[in-house]
Design a protein around this ligand. Sequence first.
Ligand code: KG4
Ligand code: ZN
Length: 338
Amino acid sequence: MSEPGEARSILAIETSCDDTCAAVVTRDGEVRSNVVASQGLLHERYGGVVPEIAARRHLEAVSPTVDDALERGGVTLEEVGMVAVTAGPGLIGALLVGLSSAKALAAARELPLVAVDHLHGHVAAATLAPQRLEAPYLCLVASGGHTFVARVDEPARYGVLGRTLDDSAGEAFDKGARMLGLSYPGGPAIDRVASEGDPGAFAFPRARPGTGLDFSFSGLKTALLYRTRELGETETQRRAADLAASYQRAIVDALVTRTREALEHEGVARLSIGGGVAANSELRRRAGELGEEMGVRVSVPDPSLCTDNAAMIAGAARFLEPIEFPGYLDLDAFARTG
Ligand code: KG4
Ligand code: ZN
């Protein structure tokens, strides 16, 4: 059944990195479909994302992914009321594929378009059903490209309270996994292997940069490098589970400690976590425990809404001002924020 005007669904597209994502979400935050065409295997042999390959693959995958999202969402293009797309930050070539497709889809039917900041998407994931977290809340975002704690007073924006001064938590997972000879992407691999290990087996540093709410992970990464050199290849492999568990514990401790301080400092009683690292089983458990201990409502979105996805982009778009046709035709993607 087609619905009039405002009630119509949002079609969202996200192509900021190596996953081609499309989703259909209703205006009140019900996720009808959330499709991710992962390029993980394509980049695995290089140990990281190759921008040129990512852009070319997005070009092939974007149309079928959108079709799939519409079909699974049970709507036709005629029933879409608004198109949302990630405009940045991310890989510029990859972003341009999603942005051009979104413009073409919107323009063909003269629909309004919403340009969304990828990080706002991670922050807004918790506002979707079934969590439907309402502002004010704090959000820990830990992904491959970014790590920060934000405060959300109104859902259209967020203010960063503290951020990493060097590597992101996701990079720490990915580079650590490489040192341990685990597969790419490293986060899920460490998460899996760590479940068999002893988190107290090795001592790793928990950096405290400055006096504020910032993070630093580069010293931890170096500590793991030295430890694996001391142990040698055979012993590193034999102790991989203990190393992974201890290293993961250090990353999660740093994230949880700073989040606890942010909650104490801001006096906000709601918390969410987002970004790919929020799919980590230890972080999810510890965030829940932190909430119980502090009497804070913690929203931990389903892992499919934590790693890159288009439903979160629609989630943020619900609170933003759409650009009417044809005002968005010359809209540009941006690689970096600020
Ligand atoms: O948000 P995301 O999908 O992409 C970016 O915007 O960067 O985050 C990707 C990051 C990668 O570093 C990946 O290793 C990490 O999230 N990640 C995890 C887990 N799943 C994904 N890190 C730890 N544990 C996981 N289960
Ligand atoms: Zn992301």
